[in-house]
Design a protein around this ligand. Structure first.
Ligand code: TMP
Length: 210
């Protein structure tokens, strides 16, 4: 087993902000250095994540507070489960990039629930696995909704202008509030794919080079 732990990077942003594209590019870059890298997402592909996705598509109805707690429960399972939990991967020396983590829960659910309560729900996850870096890709909801209209057949629970506008405001407030304790990088998501990838690499390469 390698003695050096893997790094943990999380991507954040409103729906359609381009996280997936950038995660793929960053993963390729990390792997080109000969470093093992796993990409994952939340809601996770575990049992609680599957349940949450049914709520997002409307297949199942759920009270928003219950859904907030499910997101936090899914995160704990994502980190700690015995099959492919992230904590043990990182301890083994594998670097992990996650599409969403605690800031998603804070930003999306604090539109309807008290932020302090949502933060409390996530305190154990954060104590177990604190990201080395949160990358927030900032794009206006009008832009992401246009992008999504071209590529999707289905609209999910939060994919509307009112909610995404509120969520983006929450993200920006949170970044200000948490800047002393969390390493959060804001990236302008309106630049070209390559420019964004280059900027992200400039900010995180220190984690992968000696
Ligand atoms: P995505 O797969 O497109 O990122 O969709 C996940 C949706 O779930 C997205 O609208 C954001 C939302 N979400 C929350 O509201 N809270 C959370 O904690 C997480 C992880 C996602």
């Amino acid at each position: 087993m390698s003695s050096k732990k893997g790094s943990f990077i999380v991507f954040e942003g409103i729906d359609g902000s381009g996280k997936t594209t950038q995660i793929n590019l960053l993963k390729q870059k990390i792997e080109s250095l000969g470093i093992k890298c796993l990409d994952t997402r939340e809601p996770s592909d575990g049992p609680i994540g599957v349940l949450i996705r049914q709520c997002l598509t409307g297949r199942m109805q759920m009270d928003e507070a219950a859904l907030a707690a499910l997101f936090a429960a899914d995160r704990l399972d994502h980190i700690n489960n015995n099959t492919n939990g992230l904590k043990s991967k990182i301890d083994e020396g594998i670097s992990v990039i996650s599409d969403r983590f605690i800031l998603s829960n804070y930003a999306y659910q604090s539109v309807k629930a008290p932020l302090e309560w949502v933060m409390q729900l996530n305190s154990q996850a954060l104590n177990t696995l604190r990201p080395d870096c949160h990358i927030f890709i900032d794009v206006a909801p009008e832009t992401t909704l246009d992008r999504m209209a071209n590529g999707r057949f289905q609209t999910e629970l939060f994919e509307n202008k009112t909610r995404l506008t509120q969520v983006r405001e929450k993200y920006l407030e949170l970044i200000e509030k948490l800047k002393q304790t969390e390493n959060i990088i804001i990236i302008d998501g309106n630049s070209s794919i390559n420019e964004i990838a280059e900027e992200i690499w400039q900010k995180v390469s220190y984690l992968f080079t000696d």
